[in-house]
Design a protein around this ligand. Structure first.
Ligand code: 26V
Length: 752
C-alpha cells in the first residue's frame, strides 16, 4: 500500500475531504501502527531515566521525522491543498515540565532511542501540566492547562501496582508513549497515574484542595510548594513515581529470569535531579523483602543508581522535614535511618555529609551522593563549581564519582523540524550524514568565504523572521519589522537569569532614542517565559516588560527604532517558531548560576549569535566558536563567587555613583510607567534592585550595555555577521544530545 492509500483507509475518505482534526487523528493512528511495526529496542542491560518532568513537546511532527515520513506526508498534503504544519497545531502540547530540566529529559529519550540503547523514561501522568500563562493588566495570570485529549499520544496499559503510603494506599495505572529514534530505535516513556483523580477539584485559577490525596495525586505538575500541604503532596507524588518505577523494574527483571543479586548487570537508573531520589531507599526496601540482606541491597542499588545535579541554587536543593517523610512514607524511614547511620559511622566527624541533619531535615541529594555511583553536573563550569564549592565535602570523599556531562539538544526537533529550510539547505551542501553524526556540521566551514552559501543562509533567516513576525502579529497583536535585529531572551523568569537587566537596557535605549541617537537598524527585543506563581520578584519583572511593551510600542518616536514583545505562554511549540528567527541569543545569567542552559545551544544551531556571560555552557560555546563569533560581557564566576563570599557587592553604590544606572532604575517608577503599571509592584521591583539585587544585575549592567551596543552596530556589517552565523551553526554539533547520551553510556550506564 502507498502512504496515500494507508491514510485514506485510516480516514475513510479522500484526503482532500478531510478536516484538520480528522487528518490529525489519522496520522496519529498511522504513527502508532508504524511504531508497533518497529521492534522495541532490547539488550542485556537497560536504562531507566526517572524524572518528575518530561517536557516532550508535540509528538506528531517529531514522530513523522523519526519515521522518515515527514517530507512525504508534507508533499502529499500539499497535493491536496492541506498543510501538515496546521494539522500539527491541532495537537495539545503535553506541558509536563517547567523548563530546561524537563526538556532535557525529552531530548535524552530521543537520543537514547536513536542510538539504539534500551532506555525507558519513567514519570507521572499529570492531568494538568504547567499552568497556561495569560496576561491581564500587564500581569501574568495562571490558568489550568488540561492537556489530555482524545485521541491521545498515550496508550493506557493494564500494568497496575499498589502503592502504600502511611495513611492510605492507591492503585496505579501505567500509560505509555512510544519513543521512536531517528530512523531506528523504539523505547517507551511510562507515565503513572491513578484512576481516582478528580479534575473537578480545580476551582479558581490553579488552586485546589491539596489534602485529598486519592483525588489529587497526579492532578498537577509541581503544585505550589509554599505551604505545608503542597510540600507533602510533592512527597506523595515523588514516592508514587519511584515506587511504581521500582516495582516495574523488578518485575521486568524477574520476567527476564535475572537474579536480583545481579541487578546492576542488567539495570541502570539515572536520577534526574533529586525528585526521584527516594527510588534508592525504595529499591533497597524491596530487595530486602526479596531476602537480600541490607548491606548487600545497599551495594547493589549503589551500583545501579546515578545522579544528575541541575542547579547550584540552594533553594532548589530538596530537603524534607523528617516528620513529613515519616507521615507519608513511614516504611522508608528505617531504611533512610540505616543509610544515615552508615554515613555517621564512616564519616562521623563531618556533619555536612549527613543524610539526616541535626535539625531532623532529610537531604535528598545526600542520599544520591552516598548511595549512587555517579554524580554529574551538566556543563564543564557547573561540574567544576560543584567540585570546588557546592558539593566539595562530597568531592573530597568520592572524587571518582564526579563527572561532567555537558547537556545537549535533539537536532531532530530543534533544526530539522523547527527550521526545515536550513536543514534542507545543509543537506544539499553536505548530504544527510550530519543528522546522525552532528559534528559533520563542521564541514560547513568550507563555505566560510562562499557568498552564495552565506546569502542562502541569510535568506533563510530572513524568511524565518518574516514568518515569526506574522506569528507575533497574529498571537500578540504587535507589528514587528522583519528587517529589524531580532534580539531574543526566552526562558523561565528568574532573577538569576536577569531578564531585568535586558529590560534596563531597553530603558537605556529608550533614552538614547529620545535624545536623537539611533542604531542603523531597528531592534526588536523579544521575551518569553513563565514565572512561578508565588515568585513575586519574577512576576514583577514580567510586569515591567509588559509595561515597557505598552509604552514603547505606542510611542511613535521610539517605536520606529525599538519594539518590545513579550510572547505569552512560551512553550516548546513557540520555541520552535521563535528560535530559528533570532539574530541575538540572550544568555545573560549571573556567572556561576546557570548550570548549563540549553536554549543557548538551540539558538547557536540556528545561526543566532550569543550575547552572554561566562556561565554554564556559554563557556563551551565560546571555546568552540572562538572569541570573534560570540559577544561576552560581565564578571567571571570566580569574581562573582568571591563577591558572595566577601559580601563585596552593594547595589546601592552602583545606584548612587552611576548616573546612567540611576536614571534607568528611576524610570521604573516614572510618571510614564505609573500611568500604565502597578505602583506597588514597580516600586517593589525598583527597591529590590537598589537595596538587594541578590543576583547582581547592576554589577554587569554597564558592561552589558556596552557590549550589546557594539553587537548591534556590528549587525550592519552583514558580511561579517553572516560568517559569524555560519560558524555558529557549523560548530554546534558538539551540543547534539546524541553526543551527551553516548557519553552517559560510555562513562555511567555501559548498556552496549
Ligand atoms: C528549581 C527551583 C525550585 C524551587 C524554587 C527555586 C528554584 C530554582 C531553580 C530550580 C531549577 C531546578 C533544576 C533545573 O531545572 N535546572 C536547569 O536544568 C537545565 C538542564 O540541565 C539546565 O540547562 C539549566 O541551566 C538549569 O537551570
Amino acid at each position: 500500500m502507498t502512504l496515500e492509500q494507508e491514510l485514506v483507509s485510516l480516514l475513510g475518505k479522500p484526503i482532500a475531504d478531510a478536516k484538520r482534526r480528522e487528518l490529525y487523528a489519522a496520522l496519529l493512528k498511522l504513527v502508532k501502527q508504524k511504531s508497533a511495526e518497529r521492534p522495541v529496542t532490547s539488550g542485556n542491560k537497560k536504562l531507566y531515566y526517572i524524572s518528575a518532568e518530561f517536557l516532550t513537546g508535540k509528538q506528531l511532527g517529531k514522530n513523522l521525522i523519526n519515521l522518515n515520513l515527514y517530507d512525504e506526508v508534507d508533499q502529499l498534503f500539499k497535493k491536496y491543498g492541506k498543510s501538515l504544519s496546521s494539522v500539527e497545531d491541532v495537537e495539545e502540547e503535553p506541558s509536563l515540565g517547567n523548563g530546561g530540566l524537563g526538556r532535557l529529559a525529552a531530548c535524552y529519550l530521543d537520543s537514547a532511542a536513536t542510538l539504539d540503547l534500551p532506555a525507558d523514561g519513567m514519570g507521572l501522568r499529570y492531568h494538568f501540566g504547567l499552568f497556561k500563562q495569560e496576561f491581564r493588566d500587564h500581569k501574568q495570570y495562571e490558568v489550568p492547562d488540561r492537556w489530555l485529549s482524545s485521541p491521545s499520544v498515550l496508550t493506557k496499559t493494564n500494568v497496575s501496582y499498589t502503592v502504600e503510603f502511611g495513611k492510605l494506599s492507591v492503585k496505579s495505572r501505567m500509560y505509555d508513549m512510544d519513543v521512536l529514534g531517528y530512523k531506528t530505535g523504539h523505547n517507551m516513556l511510562h507515565l503513572f497515574d491513578i484512576d481516582s483523580v478528580d479534575e473537578s477539584l480545580v476551582k479558581e485559577g490553579i488552586d485546589f484542595d491539596k489534602t485529598a490525596i486519592a483525588k489529587n495525586l497526579t492532578l498537577f505538575l509541581y503544585p505550589d510548594d509554599s505551604d505545608e500541604d503542597g510540600r507533602k503532596l510533592r512527597i506523595y507524588q515523588q514516592y508514587f513515581m519511584v515506587s511504581n518505577a521500582a516495582q516495574y523494574i523488578l518485575d521486568e527483571e524477574k520476567k527476564a529470569g535475572h537474579n536480583l543479586m545481579d541487578l546492576a548487570d542488567h539495570v541502570a537508573i539515572q536520577i534526574n535531579d533529586t525528585h526521584p531520589s527516594m527510588v534508592i531507599p525504595e529499591l533497597i526496601r524491596l530487595l530486602i523483602k526479596e531476602g537480600i540482606p541490607f548491606y548487600k541491597a545497599e551495594e547493589i542499588v549503589t551500583n545501579v543508581c546515578a545522579y544528575t545535579n541541575h542547579t547550584i541554587l540552594a533553594e532548589a536543593l530538596e530537603k524534607w522535614p523528617y516528620a513529613y517523610l515519616q507521615e507519608v512514607v513511614p516504611q522508608l524511614m528505617p531504611i533512610i535511618g540505616g543509610m544515615d547511620f552508615g554515613v555517621e559511622c564512616a564519616y562521623n566527624n563531618n556533619p555536612d555529609l549527613r543524610i539526616i541533619d541535626a535539625g531532623n531535615t532529610v537531604h535528598m541529594a545526600h542520599i544520591d551522593m552516598h548511595y549512587g555511583h555517579s554524580i554529574n553536573g551538566v556543563a564543564a563550569l557547573h561540574t567544576d563549581i560543584l567540585k570546588k564549592q557546592e558539593l566539595r565535602p562530597f568531592y573530597n570523599i568520592y572524587p571518582e564519582k564526579f563527572n561532567n556531562k555537558t547537556n545537549g539538544i535533539t537536532f531532530r526537533r530543534f533544526i530539522m523540524h523547527a527550521n526545515p529550510d536550513l536543514s534542507h539547505k545543509i543537506d544539499s551542501l553536505l548530504g544527510a550524514s550530519w543528522k546522525s553524526n552532528a559534528t559533520d556540521l563542521e564541514r560547513l566551514m568550507q563555505y566560510y568565504n562562499d557568498e552564495n552559501v552565506l546569502n542562502a543562509f541569510a535568506e533563510i533567516k530572513h524568511n524565518n523572521k518574516e514568518r515569526a513576525a506574522q506569528f507575533i502579529l497574529d498571537k500578540e497583536g504587535v507589528e514587528v519589522d522583519p528587517d529589524s535585529v531580532f534580539d531574543v531572551q526566552v526562558k523561565r523568569f528568574h532573577e538569576y537569569k536577569r531578564q531585568q537587566m535586558n529590560a534596563l537596557w531597553v530603558i537605556y535605549e529608550y533614552f538614547r532614542i529620545k535624545s536623537g541617537v539611533t542604531f542603523p537598524h531597528p531592534v526588536t527585543v523579544i521575551f518569553g517565559g513563565k514565572a512561578a506563581p508565588a515568585y513575586y520578584q519574577a512576576q514583577a519583572v514580567i510586569h515591567l516588560i509588559l509595561c515597557l511593551q505598552e509604552l514603547i510600542n505606542n510611542d511613535p518616536q521610539v517605536s520606529k527604532y525599538l519594539k518590545v514583545v513579550m510572547l505569552k505562554n512560551y512553550n516548546v511549540a513557540k520555541a520552535e517558531k521563535i528560535i530559528p528567527a533570532a539574530d541575538i541569543s540572550e544568555q545573560i545569567s549571573l556567572a556561576s548560576k546557570e548550570a548549563s542552559g540549553t536554549s543557548n545551544m538551540k539558538f547557536m544551531l540556528n545561526g543566532a549569535i550569543t550575547l552572554g556571560t561566562m556561565d554554564g555552557a556559554n563557556v563551551e560555546i565560546k571555546n568552540l566558536v572562538g572569541d570573534g563569533n560570540i559577544y561576552i560581557f560581565g564578571r567571571s564566576s570566580d569574581e562573582v563567587i568571591n563577591l558572595y563570599n566577601t559580601n563585596g557587592y552593594h547595589a546601592e553604590d552602583y545606584y548612587k555613583y552611576h548616573e546612567s544606572i540611576r536614571r534607568c532604575i528611576d524610570f521604573i517608577t516614572s510618571p510614564e510607567m505609573l500611568a500604565i503599571g502597578d505602583a506597588k509592584l514597580l516600586g517593589d521591583l525598583k527597591d529590590n534592585l537598589i537595596h538587594k539585587d541578590w543576583f547582581m544585575t547592576l554589577l554587569d549592567l554597564e558592561s552589558y550595555c556596552n557590549v550589546k551596543e557594539t553587537m548591534i552596530y556590528d549587525y550592519s556589517d552583514q558580511e561579517r555577521w553572516k560568517r559569524m552565523s555560519l560558524v555558529n551553526t557549523a560548530k554546534a554539533g558538539f551540543f547534539s544530545s546524541d553526543r551527551s547520551i553516548a557519553e552517559y553510556n560510555r562513562d555511567i550506564w555501559h548498556l552496549k
